[in-house]
Design a protein around this ligand. Structure first.
Ligand SMILES: Nc1ncnc2c1ncn2[C@@H]1O[C@H](COP(=O)(O)OP(=O)(O)OP(=O)(O)O)[C@@H](O)[C@H]1O
Ligand SMILES: [Mg+2]
Ligand SMILES: [Mg+2]
Length: 300
């Protein structure tokens, strides 16, 4: 098979590991920078041009779309879908997972437990928003933040009010969420491939930070999920249609709560922490999903 990793940088850990795994499985690997692809739309003939040449003969893509190019990256993924190329994550799933509000709506509809969240369009009545989620302390989040940037813990009503006002002043809408204090700055990252959890780690934020993101100095340890945690992670990934997913949850007194589902989850943290060869499992997933007879080109 010919498998393309969509990535803006071939030197990134995840990109390199996926390329390595594709080759180890005896397939041809290539890295396509989606930001440099042109999509051509004609009647019944979708074409992708990369460095001015049509991209042809690709059997599968592994999209690794960064948050800064979500829209364009998804247009390229959609074009591959139109060309009937298998993708580990569909464009619609990437779009949904990128927007925290949209994701939470879908998760709540699917019966997945999430922290109580409100969203309002630049209202003047900020106090009632704060009280709708149980009063301070509250978490304030940008809709499309990542790596813990754009997530604020406001301890008092005054702090919450002035932070929300500041965001509104910048014409930015935010989510206001109940603060799950009992998670004590820790969360769980469950890595889902297909309908299995292949690895999981607990991340503990550095002292004094309520955010557990490794990019913010958090430390990771491998863990085994409880059946309840497993169920929540799989249910969340399935609801959003993200087949290769990094599901983040925090443990509350009411059980696991899903924070978000990442559709281009990094491999470095999870592989280094757990020793699981996640890249390899992603390639095996592609092999499983593309029927054997489609791979067999003998006699064609
Ligand atoms: N409601 C909450 N209660 C307690 N802690 C929270 C809450 N929301 C977020 N956190 C903490 O802040 C971290 C960052 O939040 P979140 O995952 O929503 O943001 P992000 O910027 O999208 O991060 P990522 O890089 O994982 O995509 C979480 O991993 C968690 O540790
Ligand atoms: Mg995120
Ligand atoms: Mg997160």
């Amino acid at each position: 098979m010919k498998i393309a990793v969509l990535s803006t940088n071939p030197k990134l850990y995840s990109t390199k590991r996926l390329v390595e795994a594709i080759r180890t499985h005896g397939h041809e690997a290539l890295v396509i920078n989606h930001a440099l692809c042109h999509v051509m739309i004609e009647e019944e003939k979708p074409v992708i041009l990369y460095k001015n040449k049509p991209v042809e003969g690709i059997d599968a893509i592994i999209p690794r779309i960064g948050a800064s190019v979500t829209d364009y990256g998804c247009a390229v993924v959609r074009q591959f879908e139109m060309m009937k190329v298998f993708t580990t994550v569909k464009s619609q799933a990437i779009m949904r997972s990128r927007n925290k509000l949209r994701s939470l709506q879908i998760l709540s509809k699917a019966g997945v437990q999430i922290p109580k969240t409100v969203f309002a369009n630049q209202t003047k009545d900020i106090e009632s928003l704060i009280h709708l989620v149980g009063g301070p302390p509250v978490i304030i989040k940008l809709l499309e933040g990542t790596q813990g940037v754009g997530v604020v813990l406001a301890e008092s009503e005054t702090a919450a009010k002035s932070t929300i006002e500041a965001f509104y002043g910048l014409k930015t809408n935010v989510l206001i969420q109940e603060y799950i204090a009992e998670s004590k700055g820790a969360d769980i990252r469950a890595f889902v491939v297909g309908n299995k959890i292949v690895a999981a780690m607990k991340r503990q934020g550095k002292a004094g930070d309520f955010r557990s993101n490794l990019h913010r100095g958090g430390k990771a340890t491998p863990i085994l999920l409880t059946p309840q945690e497993e169920k929540a992670a799989l249910q969340a990934a399935r609801a959003l249609g993200v087949r290769v997913a990094g599901v983040d949850m925090i443990l509350s007194n009411r059980g696991p709560m899903i924070m978000e589902v990442n559709s281009s989850p990094g491999l470095e943290g999870i592989e280094n922490c757990t020793g699981v060869n996640v890249a390899d499992l992603i390639v095996s997933f592609i092999e499983e999903k593309i029927p054997a007879d489609e791979n067999d080109t003998i006699g064609v």
